[in-house]
Design a protein around this ligand. Structure first.
Ligand code: HAM
Length: 425
């Protein structure tokens, strides 16, 4: 035997049971504060025209220049598996005129995204995000709302080790002067060829360099915060005041630059220290110029993408647990072939009553079927043999306490509903 012929592609994660349930639980908890704040669900295409990302996310970013899964379709279209969600959301809003209704348009989405990165712990080629985007308002209260929703999502998972890093990247008015000053500074320091290249394409990205020797040389680099125009400064101050008012703590990170080109003003990252190198569990910011870059009207926006994979890793690192409920309430067993038909009906009626029920398949011997019942994690087994059929009853066995009682079939659903409620309380 040589084993299975195929494996999942490198860097692509699968969530097998029971971790699959935990993954879903994390995503639901992260989505809950957004739904409570009036964000509506949007299901986006998993691939789009390549030009959308090249233009929207930016040719100078690693995401576009090195990491895209791009291909030509049989019809000759250039398409790319989505590396992120914001460009697609703005495209959909503009295409369908969602910005013609009440503003801001508030949307959330979730699912897989694709980046050809070097795989390592916490860094995958198929990554999972939960994102929100709010378009059509420049109000700094919207920035604070988006950040607070992310914060509440992590809090809802019981995470304690989350830190919020906050910065502002200025706007089309004040950033050019800053960029010029930064370029002039970068020309005076020593750099390797690759960093020098990056400095010409996107000088702000150099600030994000993690190497200690580069960091040392950058110690005196000018910062955006000293170049902000009055509007950007006031905007940022209001965002911080509102966050402080609602008890969301943050750390000012004047060197925080994000990996995507569309950002303006507010930018932020959620960081968890229990994860090693891949500590960014979520991030986002404003992108007030993106809609215009994509050929639409001026339509400011802000949002975030939370990494569901990394958030689950953070939950596991903290050992907080997700209290994922046992998957089943009842496990039904037919003792002998003649009871099979009755058991199938019982199973369907229990499920219709909202009781999570499975059954033994394959006409197993009693011992094997009871083992399956025990392993199923159900609280009760329902057993039906030929004598029970004749008496119109089923045996209900408490799989924890071990006791068993005969219950008339006509009262089975009610009895199990009551027993399960009693167990719950
Ligand atoms: P991003 O920072 O590129 O932002 O990704 C958001 C989050 O996705 C990261 O903080 C991280 O947790 C997770 N993530 C990214 N790459 C990987 C990977 N290779 N493996 C595992 N997790 C990963 C965006 O994508 C923006 N669209 C967020 C946004 C929305 N900005 C405004 N609106």
């Amino acid at each position: 035997m040589s084993g299975p012929l195929y494996r999942a592609p490198r860097g692509v994660l699968e969530y097998l049971p029971p971790r699959g349930e935990e993954f879903l639980r994390v995503r639901e908890r992260l989505a809950a504060p957004a739904r409570a704040a009036g964000y509506s669900y949007l299901e986006l295409p998993v691939f789009e025209q390549t030009a959308l990302y090249a233009r929207g996310v930016g040719e100078s970013t690693d995401v576009v220049s090195k990491e895209m899964y791009s291909f030509t379709t049989r019809g000759g279209d250039e398409v790319t598996l989505r590396p992120e969600g914001t460009a697609g959301v703005v495209r959909a809003v503009l295409e369908h005129g969602l910005d013609r209704g009440r503003l801001p348009v508030k949307l959330w989405y979730a699912g897989p995204f694709f980046r050809y990165e070097r795989p390592q712990a916490g860094r995958y080629r198929q990554l999972q995000q939960l994102g929100i985007e709010a378009l059509g308002s420049e109000d700094p209260a919207l920035d604070a709302e988006v950040i607070a929703i992310g914060w509440e999502g992590y809090a809802g998972l019981g995470l304690r080790g989350v830190r919020l890093d906050l910065n502002t990247l200025g706007c089309a008015v004040c950033r050019p002067a800053y960029r010029e000053a930064l370029v002039a500074f970068l020309a005076t320091i020593e750099m390797d060829a690759e960093t020098r290249r990056r400095a010409t394409v996107n000088p702000l990205r150099v600030l994000d360099d993690k190497r200690p020797e580069v960091r040392d040389r950058l110690a005196e680099a000018p910062l955006m915060s000293t170049f902000l125009c009055a509007e950007c400064r006031a905007h940022h101050d209001t965002v911080r005041t509102l966050l402080a008012d609602v008890g969301v703590p943050w750390r000012d990170e004047p060197r925080l630059v994000r990996g995507l080109d569309y950002y303006t003003r507010t930018t932020f990252e959620f960081v968890h220290d229990g994860l090693g190198a891949q500590s960014g569990i979520g991030g986002g910011g404003r992108y007030d110029g993106l809609a215009e870059v994509l050929g639409g009207p001026a339509l400011p926006g802000i949002g975030f993408g939370l990494g569901v994979d990394r958030t689950l890793l953070a939950v596991e690192a903290e050992g907080t647990g997700l209290a994922v409920a046992a998957p089943l309430d009842v496990f039904a067993v037919a003792l002998g072939p003649e009871a099979g038909r009755e058991v199938f009906s019982i199973v369907v009626s229990l499920r219709r009553a909202g009781i999570r029920t499975d059954q033994a398949f394959g006409n197993r011997a009693l011992k094997g079927a009871m083992k399956a019942a025990d392993r199923s994690g159900a609280a009760y087994a329902v057993l039906v043999g030929s004598r029970d059929l004749a008496a119109d009853v089923a045996q209900v066995k408490d799989l924890v306490a071990g006791n068993q009682t005969a219950v008339p079939l006509s009262r089975l659903v009610d009895t199990l509903t009551r027993l399960l409620q009693e167990k719950d309380s």
